[in-house]
Design a protein. Structure first.
Length: 255
C-alpha cells in the first residue's frame, strides 16, 4: 500500500520463531513487510495467536526478530511509549500515580496533574499506588504515561480491554489527537469498531506457516476525524469494515 507520509518505522521480511526444544518450534511471524508513517495510526487485526503482540513488542524494541531488516527512520533511539496487556509490567509499582508520570516523562507537578485529569484521575487518586487502583485505572495510568506529546511512536496492546464505553470513546479521541501532532501509533484491539475508529490503516494478520506471510490484507480507513466517534458506528462504511473484520477472525482462528 502506498505511503502518504514518510515512514518512521520500516520492517522488511521480519519473522519470529520461538524454540521450545530441539525439535519443537513455534512460528509466530513470517515475512512481514510494514511501513508506518509519521503521525499515522496503524491497527493490527487478526485471530488469537497470529503474532500481533509479538509484532508490537518488536516495534517497541523489546523483542529481537529473526533475520529482520527493521529500522526507525530518523532518530536512532526514538522516544517510544509502550502499553502491554499486562500493564503492571509498565508501571513503577512502588511509586504513586503522579510520580509514575513525572519520573517516566520528567513532568512538573502541574503538568502531570493536568495530564492525568484527562485520563479520569481525580486529585484524591494522585497519591495512591498502582496496587490501590482498579485494573481499569492501572491501565489508564499506563496509557497516560505512554500518550504524551513528546512521543514519536506509541505502541498499544489492547488499550481498550479494561475500559468502559465512555472512556473508550475518549481514548479514540486521544489517540487521534496525538497522531495529528505527529506521533505514530500502532495498536491492537479485540473490538473491531474501536480499532476502525482509531486507525488510518488496518493491517490484517493471519497464522504464520511455511511459505505463507503473516500479513494477508491491508485496509485504509477513510474517515474524517469528526466522524470518528462511538455515535457514528451506524455509518454504513464503518459497519461494512467492522463486518469484514469480524468475518475474518471467525474464519481464520489461529487457536
Amino acid at each position: 500500500m502506498e505511503m502518504i507520509t514518510p515512514p518512521i518505522v520500516s520492517l522488511r521480511n521480519a519473522s519470529k520463531t520461538f524454540f521450545r526444544g530441539r525439535r519443537d518450534e513455534l512460528r509466530v511471524l513470517a515475512g512481514v513487510d510494514l511501513d508506518i508513517g509519521k503521525g499515522e495510526v496503524v491497527g493490527l487485526w487478526g485471530p488469537n495467536g497470529c503474532g500481533k503482540s509479538t509484532l508490537l513488542r518488536a516495534i517497541s524494541g523489546l523483542l529481537t526478530l529473526d533475520h529482520p531488516e527493521c529500522r526507525n527512520v530518523g532518530d536512532a533511539e526514538p522516544n517510544i511509549g509502550y502499553v502491554p496487556q499486562d500493564v503492571n509490567s509498565s508501571l513503577l509499582l512502588w511509586r504513586a500515580v503522579r510520580k509514575n508520570l513525572m519520573l517516566v516523562n520528567r513532568m512538573s507537578v502541574r503538568d502531570a496533574d493536568a495530564h492525568l485529569s484527562g485520563f479520569g484521575f481525580a486529585n484524591d487518586t494522585l497519591r495512591r499506588y498502582p496496587s490501590e487502583l482498579s485494573g481499569g485505572f492501572r491501565q489508564r495510568l499506563s496509557l497516560a504515561c505512554a500518550l504524551v506529546p513528546s512521543r514519536e511512536i506509541v505502541v498499544l496492546d489492547e488499550p481498550f480491554s479494561a475500559q468502559d464505553a465512555r472512556f473508550s470513546g475518549q481514548l479514540v479521541h486521544t489517540i487521534r489527537s496525538v497522531a495529528l501532532k505527529g506521533t505514530s501509533v500502532v495498536l491492537t484491539a479485540h473490538d473491531p469498531a474501536l480499532l476502525t475508529l482509531s486507525s488510518d490503516r488496518i493491517v490484517v494478520l493471519g497464522p504464520a506457516s511455511e511459505g505463507r506471510r503473516s500479513i494477508v490484507d491491508e485496509r485504509s480507513v477513510s474517515l474524517d476525524d469528526d466522524g470518528r466517534s462511538v455515535e457514528s458506528l451506524d455509518d454504513s462504511q464503518i459497519r461494512m469494515e467492522i463486518s469484514y473484520l469480524e468475518r475474518y477472525v471467525i474464519t481464520h482462528d489461529a487457536s
